[in-house]
Design a binder for this molecule. Sequence first.
Ligand code: SF4
Length: 487
Amino acid sequence: MIVTDKSNAGKSIVKEERISVFDIFKIGVGPSSSHTLGPWRAGQLFVELLKSATNLDKITSIKVNLFGSLAKTGKGHGTDLAVQLGLSGYDPVTMDTKQIDSIKNQISDNNKLIINGSNEIDFNPKTDIIFQMQKSLPFHPNALTFSATTDEDEEISETYYSVGGGFVIKEESQEEASPCVKLPFPVDHASDLLNWHQPTGMSISDLIYENEKVWRNEEEIRSELLNIWRVMKECIYAGCHNEGILSGGLNVKRRASSLSKKLLDGKEFSNHDEWINAIRSSGSGFKYTLDWLSCFALAVNEENASFSRVVTAPTNGSAGVIPAVLQYYLIFCSGTENDIIRFLLTASEIGCIFKKGATISAAMGGCQAEIGVSSAMAAAGLTEVSGGTVEQCLMAAEIAMEHHLGMTCDPVGGLVQIPCIERNTMGAIKAITASQLAMQSNPENAKVSLDNVVKTMWETALDMNFRYKETSEGGLAINIPISLSEC
Ligand code: SF4
């Protein structure tokens, strides 16, 4: 049975909603988890629906309506391209991202789309994808409806909601629960983690590792988490070596690559390990370390803005914070494979708590839901691997979010570039500061609990003007001298 808890200022927590670490950390393609990855997944789900309803060769046309925030910032976030890729049968985890431009051009030049890579239909992206700029659906601001027509004039249609972090749900199943799974240590609130820790002495990562065993065996958990880290570190490396101007029209120059070169006196490296060793052996002062932390975060989000492969953590706009903090720890502190696993398990559970008690969707809660949550996740992960107690991990997450409360989402030109890329550097340094503060504090003296700040974040999300929720209709998006028409 699903029990909903409405005590959190109207936020329904689906008790027994079970979220795996691999739901929070998803390998995908930038620039946005809610506006790119989610709609891409929705396209794939719609193809599955078509396959179960009819033969794909009976489909003669498909139309896609984008509503709310998906319409308002969909161009800049590549929502239209993402649905075409999903309908064409490409998978964001495996596809060669270098092919994306040529596939996009093929569809628009020929006005043909090959559903699931097998059945060609007429499809004009300019007229068959409709941006409903004035219309929002009531359940969630990120909604999209697919409608297909068959050669017998039947219509098959479905509405999906992209609810943040790449999670997608269907109209008729507006609960996101996967309640049938029974976990040994179910967690809905931060207080649940304390309640499990106190009698068992287990750390957050120990508890979540036991929960994860419900879905996967130990070898799979380890290897899949290390694979998540592999993708994160490859993304850092790529971002620190790719140069040029980001696409989209804002003419934002990539900075990670030139910063990386500058910090290493222009030396060249042929592989990731050589480069990491050079970073480690070339300095250790505060400014040097801080420059690298920023460089790692910039690198990931410049890759993210380029439709490259990233790990959603917990969203794509905030994908740089966790890799930056973990890479910082591995280079400048210490770090083993076990630390990587413990860091990711701890961070993911903090993301789950925010997803359940508040939101990880900027269209619902502004940037506090993206950079704020990623910073809280990183702060807790760092605190655990640094030897902090469970109470200190939760305190670190609380501090990191407390100082992101109210942060608005106002991407210039609807692109995940300004302020998003730099904002990841801020989320990363706040995570380290929060972790240090917690490590130097007695959590018994803390006045604000993590659950207090989750509730506050949700209430702030409800109070926030819609202009600051991924619409590009307020804040920086309207106050710097670049008009949407230039993008
Ligand atoms: S401003 Fe923040 S929430 Fe909005 S798109 Fe950028 S990173 Fe995401």
